[in-house]
Design a protein around this ligand. Structure first.
Ligand SMILES: Nc1ncnc2c1ncn2[C@@H]1O[C@H](COP(=O)(O)OP(=O)(O)OP(=O)(O)O)[C@@H](O)[C@H]1O
Length: 241
């Protein structure tokens, strides 16, 4: 089963920059894929195209079997609602809504009624029980990111795209978020595609795709943080490198 597939995807921005250059990639269900690469190598563009937020200049993209490359924004929005979850570095929670309201907001916007048992199991798993009535401002960064993860999973998406999900967190809190991702992949079979600059975060994924000048430079399997840092030409001073 395939969660997302790109075939020959090219994205040329107005002004002529080729941010993606003929990228082909299959993400099977249950995969935990990290995306790394130097600044400007095309990571965000890849994530935006693969998730249906942006449209490629050419090529094919399927999400849960639906071709999205030629769809209008309104149709892509429906595919995203049904099949895609997003987790951002800055959490993107609505400050005036409670934790519970934030979690159910996308479902309510889609006009679907929440699966209460599923949400309760996610809330328990993420340690947010007892915090549902709080405002985001009353939570720590790690707790806010857990809320955004529950929100991303609420509609049981085929794939979750995470953009620097640990970028705003200290290393201990970041490790807790990565533990949660690992649990979601191993125990629920969730597919996760995560853009990160942090070799320690990427080392938690099954595979790491290294972007280079809009192309897939290489895909490393089960690489350590030290190996990933070395491939990226960085000095890695973390533990266990
Ligand atoms: N909206 C845009 N219009 C024009 N060029 C863009 C646009 N967005 C990105 N680019 C260019 O496309 C290339 C790839 O950018 P992208 O943001 O995908 O890289 P990235 O790997 O995510 O970088 P970073 O790690 O700095 O976030 C860069 O050369 C960038 O300048």
């Amino acid at each position: 089963m395939t969660a997302v597939e790109l075939r020959g995807v090219t994205r040329v921005y107005d002004g002529g920059v080729t941010a993606l250059d003929g990228v082909s990639l299959r993400v099977p269900r249950g995969a935990f894929l990290a995306v790394m690469g130097q600044s400007g190598s095309g990571k965000s563009t890849l994530l935006h195209c693969a998730s249906g937020l942006d449209v490629p200049t050419s090529g094919s993209i399927t999400i849960a079997g639906t071709e999205i490359a030629g769809l209008k924004e309104s149709k892509r929005a429906l595919v995203r609602r049904e099949h895609v979850g997003f987790v951002f570095q800055s959490y993107n929670l609505v400050p005036s809504l409670s934790v519970e309201q934030n979690i159910t907001l996308p479902l309510r916007l889609a006009g679907t009624s929440p699966d209460r048992a599923w949400l309760a199991s996610l809330v328990a798993r993420t340690g947010l029980s007892g915090m549902l009535g709080r405002a985001p401002a009353e939570l720590s960064g790690g707790q806010r990111q857990r809320v955004s993860i529950v929100r991303a999973l609420a509609a049981r998406p085929a794939v979750v795209f995470a953009d620097e999900p640990t970028g705003a967190l200290d290393s201990r809190t970041a490790a807790g978020i990565l533990d949660l991702f690992t649990e979601l992949v191993d125990e629920l079979g969730q597919t996760i595609v995560m853009v990160t600059h942090d070799p320690a975060a990427a080392a938690r994924a099954h595979d790491t795709l290294v972007m280079s000048d809009g192309r897939i430079g290489e895909i490393l399997s089960r690489a350590t943080a030290g190996e990933l840092a070395a491939r990226l030409g960085r000095v890695w001073e973390g533990a266990g490198a």
